[in-house]
Design a protein. Structure first.
Length: 346
């Protein structure tokens, strides 16, 4: 490892952490939390135009403002291995949080090769960087989408995940399998996190909470799929970040014992969710109340690759790390709306 030796799990130890997807929603939120506790962050992002680039640039500006010399940024496509190695030459870091990816279930149907590039090649590249740098730990983003069409609720990390219903889900499951291989071959400590429907301030314009808010304010119909019979485990971004930080500080031991997700290697898999599955129409009613406007509902059939329900069993991460989400949608949605109004000046 080229970075200095640190003992993880000690919150007083200051680390230098490589965060991919730093201009993205969760990566930005994580970088802020890490710097607020005194860590330094090297952010990597190619800042592509999958959604509004100005939002990504605004996040980066906030990180520079708040982080000062604790934040540095590299504009680089991490799926380009030679470019990535060159960009990181001379940079020291202790651990990696790999959150960058091509997101979106529906977009994966339209642009499958973007997922091959970012989610498969990109993940392998970060595994290689972690291996050759001797990183103390790499935490990486998986997704609740890996559960596919599972009908058993809530989804637990022990459940079978070999029947994905979208290419996005298939790439995230492939990332988990590649990580298991690297944990076996190189004893690289790895933690994969299956995120459940993240929302909150500085969120993504392509996600439901933002789309519904924008359309309700504009008096436009909101598309409600599966005729409204949808349930999601909505998880506030600050709860997600708390889980990521706890995982980062506690790498899985190489002790031969079975871990969350079933591995006996230094590799864990956790669900991070709110452990509450909320009906979509309840979310719509909270949005209406907060925005002071009635939504015009455009009921539509379920979309290809989508699933009607998501619900996180978080027993494993609660047991191992004491993770406990604290933000209900009754508190989280108003926080998002307040930020949305401030960001747009409305």
């Amino acid at each position: 490892m080229r970075g200095r030796l640190v003992t993880l799990g000690d919150s007083t130890t200051k680390m230098r952490i490589l965060v991919t997807g730093a201009a993205g929603f969760i990566g930005f939120s994580l970088a802020r939390r890490l710097m607020a506790r005194g860590d330094s962050v090297i952010g990597i992002d190619c800042v592509n135009d999958y959604y509004d680039v100005s939002l990504k640039e605004a996040r980066l500006a906030r990180l520079r403002e708040e982080g000062g010399d604790r934040f540095s940024f590299i504009r680089q496509d991490f799926a380009d291995y030679e470019g990535l190695k060159a960009a990181l030459a001379g940079e020291d870091f202790d651990s990696i949080v790999h959150l960058g990816a091509q997101a979106g279930v529906r977009y994966s149907i339209e642009n499958p090769h973007a997922y091959l590039h970012s989610n498969l090649s990109g993940h392998l590249n970060l595994l290689e960087i972690a291996r050759h740098r001797g990183s103390a730990h790499m935490v990486y983003a998986s997704s609740s989408s890996v559960y596919g069409g599972n009908t058993k609720l809530p989804f637990a990390v022990e459940d079978r995940v070999d029947h994905p219903v979208s290419l996005y889900a298939a790439t995230k499951r492939a990332d988990e399998l590649m990580s298991e291989t690297y944990a076996h071959l190189y004893r690289l400590p790895l933690t994969g996190l299956r995120f459940f429907t993240v929302y909150g301030p500085w969120g993504r314009p392509d996600m439901m909470m933002w789309i519904f808010t924008r359309k309700i304010l504009a008096g436009e119909p909101i598309p409600v799929f599966n005729n409204g019979e949808m349930w999601r485990d909505f998880t506030f971004v600050e709860d997600i970040v708390s889980g990521v930080v706890s995982c980062l500080d506690n790498p899985p031991p190489d002790d031969g014992q079975e871990k969350a997700g079933g591995s006996t290697k230094p590799h864990r898999l956790y669900n991070i969710g709110n452990h509450r599955s909320e009906h979509l129409m309840k979310v719509v009613s909270i949005l209406e109340a907060e925005l002071g406007r009635k939504a015009i509902i455009d009921f539509q059939p379920i979309q290809p690759g989508d699933v009607p329900r998501s619900f996180a069993d978080i027993d494993a991460i609660q047991r191992d790390l004491g993770f406990q989400p604290t933000t209900s949608i009754e508190a989280g949605i108003p926080a998002f709306i307040a930020w949305y109004r401030e960001y747009h000046g409305i």
